[in-house]
Design a protein around this ligand. Structure first.
Ligand code: NAD
Ligand code: MG
Length: 391
């Protein structure tokens, strides 16, 4: 029986993971559920899935979680805080970890899962952008199997099943839906609202990644993610806009073959791959009827309207702490945009200003990366507070 810890259980990926797990009671169960601050949502999940442990990140929410579990008559143990989460991820409470906390807040638990040699279903792309080398080394050293749960990287994982295939790899092509503002000019994006930005045409996702999809920073983060997961440098990673979101990515080999993975845009497919690989199990997602969809379109990304993609490539090429700075500035910018404190075009402006102000240093220790993350947040937050970013 596979014992699965779902971190970020109340979120979009977390609930999709629990949906797949519940379809296979003979082979897997959710043994640990963790969330940030949403006690009621976590309690509801505990009533349905009856995990051994429930963890709330915010210690102020511990009493409510403990009392709620007791009142529901559940045997689930209540915990709070990052140390408790790390101990559960590290110990016997789980064999598999779904890392689906949003943002750099997920780094500690993701790293703990890698170091403990667990099967790691990695949705938390920000931890790879922030500390990709350390994370991949830790996983390799401990024998942890990382299965990417970003649809694009999961597609590439499926197309590149072994080391032999990787030796013959020439290029990777990440597909992008283009987000809700595909086809619009830069000038027309000046006054778009948070509600418009989170209304993604193809995928239903949490607010942060939805804004990242609208700016194309999501694809930029994914370029950096692909670099770490598949050992490919920036010059061999392309991005192609594909509005139907049916081709999830492609790999080209030296012999002229290109392989792609296709499917409906539903994260349960990637999660089922992660939970059962190398076997295949049902995910609840239906098959793809190409006749019904009719056509597959591809176009180049518009770097003028969506400068975040180019900023991410530049940060990857600059190396060192630059990707950590990019990620932290973006998290601050997205949060400020969602709160109505900066304009949509203020997001790339703030990321660019932060990268320019904080030149990259060596990224060989976790402390150096954490310091780069902290400094970038401080710089970006004070820029937001001074409203310097309204361009
Ligand atoms: P979401 O906002 O829907 O959910 C985030 C989850 O993280 C919630 O359960 C929240 O309680 C938890 N959380 C937040 N801060 C926390 C903290 N400090 N400690 C513990 N838990 C905390 O986000 P999502 O869309 O599910 O995305 C999760 C991650 O997966 C992100 O890194 C995102 O980039 C990645 N991802 C998501 C999708 C998608 O389809 N949603 C696709 C690819 C990758
Ligand atoms: Mg993706």
């Amino acid at each position: 029986m596979q014992q699965v810890a779902v971190l970020g259980a109340t979120g979009s990926i977390g609930t999709s993971a629990l949906d797949v797990i519940a379809r296979h009671p003979q082979r897997m169960r959710a043994s640990v559920l963790a969330a940030g601050t949403q006690v009621d949502a976590l309690l509801a999940l505990c009533r349905t899935h009856q995990p051994d442990h429930a963890v709330i990140a915010d210690p102020k929410c511990f009493d409510a979680l403990r009392d709620g579990l007791r009142d529901a008559g559940l045997r689930t143990q209540a915990h709070a805080g990052e140390d408790a989460l790390d101990a559960l991820v590290d110990g016997d409470a789980c064999t598999t970890v779904v890392a689906a906390i949003v943002g750099a807040a997920g780094l500690r638990s993701t790293l703990a899962a890698a170091r403990a040699g667990k099967r790691l279903l990695l949705a938390n792309k920000e931890s790879l952008v922030l500390a990709g080398e350390l994370l991949v080394h830790a996983a390799n050293d401990a024998g942890a199997c990382i299965v990417p749960i970003d649809s694009e990287h999961n597609a590439i994982f499926q197309c590149l099943p072994d080391a032999h295939a990787r030796e013959g790899l020439k290029r990777i092509c990440l597909t992008a839906s283009g987000g809700p503002f595909r086809g619009r000019s830069r000038a027309s994006l000046a006054d778009v609202t948070p509600a418009q930005a989170v209304a993604h045409p193809k995928w239903s996702m949490g607010p942060k990644i939805s804004v990242d999809s609208a700016t194309l920073m999501n694809k930029g983060l994914e370029v950096i993610e692909a670099h770490h997961l598949f050992g490919v440098d920036a010059g061999r990673i392309d991005v192609l806009v594909h509005p139907q979101s049916l081709v999830h990515s492609l790999v080209e080999f030296v012999d002229g073959s290109t392989l792609a993975q296709l499917g409906l845009p539903d994260m349960r497919t990637a999660l089922a791959v992660g939970l059962s690989w190398p076997e295949r199990v049902i995910s609840g997602v239906g098959g793809l009827d190409l006749l019904q969809h009719g056509r597959l379109d591809f176009e180049p990304p518009d770097h003028d309207a969506f400068p975040c993609l180019g900023l991410a490539y530049a940060a990857l090429r600059a190396g060192g702490t630059a990707p950590a700075t990019l990620n932290a500035a973006n998290e601050v910018a997205v949060s400020a945009f969602l709160q109505g404190r900066i304009a949509f075009l203020g997001i790339p402006a703030l990321v660019e200003d932060t990268l320019a102000a904080l030149p990259p240093g060596p990224a060989d220790t976790l402390d150096a990366l954490r310091e780069a993350d902290r400094a970038a947040r401080e710089f970006a937050q004070s820029a937001v507070n001074g409203s310097k970013t309204q361009r």
